[in-house]
Every structure is written in C-alpha cells, then in structure tokens.
Design a binder for this molecule. Structure first.
Ligand code: CTP
Length: 446
C-alpha cells in the first residue's frame, strides 16, 4: 500500500493569490490591517482600497505598508497619469476579493448599481469571487432597506456571504451586526481559494463528528487520544460555507480554528454522550461525516473517587468494556438516501487489506483512510492525505493538502452520493409564482 505520498509539501491555498481588499466605512475597519498582514505572511499578493469613510477609520498608510503596495482611495480614481481607469484595473487584477467591513451605504450602492465611490465602482466592474462581511449597528442591520438589499445579494453569483454575528458593538449595543472576526475572514478566503463560491449544499443538512472522546478512569484521569478535531471541524466549516445546515458533535477540541457563525455545535466528552447526540440528530440529516476519534475502550464503571497510583496500577488490567461502534450503529439506522462517510486511521505499509476489511465491516458509503504515521497526515497535523474508498474496488489517493482543502474534496464526493436538491428560487419569485415544491405540505389525513 502506498503510504508515502512522495509529493512536495502542500502549499497554502492563499499563497501567490492576488487578493483585493475593499474596506468600507464601519468601525470594524480597524481589524483589517491584521487580516492584510496575515495574508502577506501567507504569501498572498494584496492590494487595498478604502472608501472615504473607511479612510477616516483606518490608516491607508498602515494598509500600504502592511500590503507592500499603495492603498487606493477615491482621490486616486480618474488620475490623468493612469492609462486605464483605476476601478477597472483593480477589478481585473483581483483573483479574489474581500469586502470587509461592508457598510449599509456600500451595500446599497452595489445592489443598486451605483458606482460613485472607488470601492463601489470596483465591485460593479469585478468578475472575481467576493467574500462579503457586513458590519453595522443592530438597528441599521435590521432596517428594512438593508435587510432587503442583503437578501438580494444572497442570490447573486460569485459571492460568499459571511453574515455578521452577535456581540458588543462599538455603539455600545449588544446585538447583531458584528463583523466576522479576522480568523473567519481568512477561513472564508481560504475556502474561496480552494473550492470557490458555489453553494451546492444549500437545502442539505450535514451531521459531523469531530475530535477525541474522553473516557474517565476516575475524577482525575481519563483515556483519550491526540485528535485535535481539525479534520471534522474543517468538514463542518466547509459544508456551512457551501450552504449546508451543519450539526457538529465534538469532543474536546484543540484545533486553533474559530467556529463560523451558524454552526450548530453539540459539545460532548464521552463516547456514550457522542452516541446519544448523534442518534438524536441523525433523522433528517442528508449526510453524516464521522471524523471523530472515538475511544475504543472505557471503564465499565469509572471510580467515583480519585484512585491512588497503586490502586490505579492494580486496576489497569480489569474493568474495561469495548465502546460500541458508533459509525456502524448510524449505518444500521440510516434512513433511505442518507450518505455516510467514515474515516480510518492506519499506519504501516501493508494496511490496504485491513482498510478494505474495515470499509466492508462499517458499511458506510465512503471511507477516507489516512496514514497517521506520515508527517503530513493524521492527528494534530494541519494537513491530511489518504485514500478515499467508495463503490467498486478502486481507491483514490489524495495528496497532502490543508485539511480544509481535503474537506472540500470529501464533501464533493459525499454530495455526489445524494439526490439533487431542487433548485432554490429567490423568495420574491416564489411569492409571485409558487410552484408545487414551494407550497406547504398538505395536512395529513386524519
Ligand atoms: N468509530 C466509531 N466508533 C468507535 C470507533 C470508531 O464510530 N467506537 C468510527 C470513527 O469515527 C471512524 C471509523 O469508525 O469514522 C474508523 O475508526 P478507526 O479508529 O480507524 O477504527 P476502529 O473502528 O476503532 O477500528 P481499529 O481501532 O480496530 O482499527
């Protein structure tokens, strides 16, 4: 079995990408220098444009030094020394666009096709994918005009919206309108870079398990494993960005990843808690990805009080029970049409036969077998690699890549197993002309 991928070190999906950062007038603009600096450290080429209001909130000089390129503002537009209109030149240069923070005025200009600032004109001229992160006061965000404009944007192509979260705002209100944090902006850009903007999981629900479980021996000690949860977390975040509703059941996470707004998280500690949570969430899920590293054994009865070293040592050989196979349990209960992806950790050179036997035993639709003894795969690694087994005898090798990128490939394979979702139509169109799929289900006969 091939366990050594022999490929070059996986590169960051953002390295070498031309990223245009458009900053409009909200106080959250002060966070953008951190994002620009992180993008440069990750090897991206960055150019910044500030709206007139943003230029008063964040220093164009700081943005220019951090991006190593001039920061543009409205004064640069229509410069007689430039051979091409600046908004067109910038729009055509960009491979990816980050629009953050998006203010109410820039949203209005964009949606209604008014290009009277450099930021708005670039948006109108741009054909690259745009990650959009609004930020504003709670009442402004809820106002009918802004809400309607935001709704219109949801149906445009090439957009990846990161809706604002709830929290303390600069106006001292606590409520919706807080821009997605810089880590989430970077995650959204990485997702755009490795997958794009298509929301092919809209209308679907994914149930994901992630991280280790922790089986207590006594109140002070437990049996666990080195899983950080990053692979499952990456699957959950990637699916959310692709439009899915996502339930994430996770053990203690050690992955340094900010969770996206909208993920439904169900933290657990033990395999038994994970089992209960998964079984409760299984009905109605379109697909399940079982990335958790579930413990294999647990104490039948953990000690109620802390054991002395001697008592612990004496008890180590007895009192264990095998943890039931949660994945096999989910497969046994699955409703028609639900697709299930399992994982298999393996090590050593001759494990393919064992992996195939495990695939047959578990009964899932897909199994991703990753070599945990390779430097660019497995526990606590930022990257992963492995074989994807599906129907038939074949297996597809995934070269080492960041876990988010592997997650997108796995989601595509899982999505291929699902019935197509009827195309979602904009709400205005549904209201004008409802089709049979848009009507509420008829009440059941008594
Ligand atoms: N798994 C599970 N319940 C368990 C153990 C594992 O649901 N009690 C799931 C994991 O989430 C993973 C798959 O089964 O999707 C394979 O896990 P792995 O640790 O590779 O295999 P095991 O079934 O534990 O078998 P073994 O350790 O003997 O190789």
């Amino acid at each position: 079995m091939r366990t050594d991928p022999g490929a070059a070190a996986p590169s960051d999906p953002l390295a070498g990408r031309r990223i245009l950062v458009l900053i409009s007038g909200s106080i959250a603009a002060v966070k953008l220098p951190l994002v620009v600096s992180a993008l440069i450290r990750r090897g991206a080429e960055v150019r910044c444009v500030v709206s007139p209001a943003a230029a008063r909130l964040v220093s164009p000089v700081a943005l220019a030094s951090l991006s190593r390129r001039p920061c543009h503002s409205d004064e640069d537009a229509w410069n007689p020394a430039s051979p091409r209109p600046l908004h067109v030149e910038l729009a055509e240069w960009a491979e990816l666009v980050l629009l953050a923070p998006l203010s109410a005025s820039t949203l209005g200009r964009w949606v209604h096709g008014i290009g009277d600032t450099l930021v708005a004109a670039v948006l109108l001229a741009c054909e690259a994918p745009v990650l959009v992160a609004p930020a504003m006061n709670t009442a402004m965000w809820a106002s009918p005009g802004v809400a309607a404009n935001w709704q219109i944007l949801q149906h445009w192509p090439r957009l990846l919206p990161l809706p604002p979260g709830s929290g303390l705002l600069a106006c001292d209100r606590i409520g919706d309108g807080r821009m997605a944090e810089p880590e989430r902006l970077l995650l959204g850009l990485e997702s755009l870079a490795c997958w794009g903007w298509h929301r092919d999981w809209l209308g679907r629900r994914l149930l994901v398990s992630a991280g280790p479980t922790r089986e207590p021996l006594d109140p002070a000690r437990c049996l666990t494993n080195p899983s950080t949860g990053l692979m499952g977390l990456s699957l959950a975040q990637a699916a959310l960005l692709r439009g899915a509703e996502v339930d994430l059941v996770h053990g203690p996470l050690a992955a340094p990843v900010a969770l996206l707004e909208g993920l439904r998280v169900h933290p657990i500690q033990t395999a038994s808690e994970m089992e209960q949570s998964l079984l409760a969430l299984q009905p109605g899920a379109s697909a399940i990805a079982m990335a958790a590293a579930v413990a294999d054994h647990r104490r039948a009865t953990p000690a109620a009080t802390k054991l002395s070293k001697q008592a612990l040592e004496a008890s180590l050989g007895q009192g264990w029970e095998t943890v039931p196979d949660l994945l096999a349990g989910l497969v046994a209960r699955r409703p028609p049409g639900q697709a299930i992806l399992g994982f298999a950790a393996y090590s050593g050179d001759h494990a393919m036969a064992e992996v195939r036997a495990k695939f047959a035993r578990k009964g899932c639709d897909l199994l991703f077998a990753n070599p945990i003894d390779q430097p660019q795969a497995g526990f606590a690694s930022a990257t992963n690699a492995g074989w994807l087994l599906g129907s038939g005898d074949g297996a597809t090798w995934f070269d080492p890549a960041p876990k988010l990128s592997i997650a997108h490939r796995l989601l595509s394979a899982l999505g291929d197993r699902l019935e197509p979702v009827p195309a979602l139509r904009p709400p205005e169109e549904v209201a004008r002309n409802p089709g049979p799929q848009d009507r509420p289900p008829a009440a059941a006969a008594p």
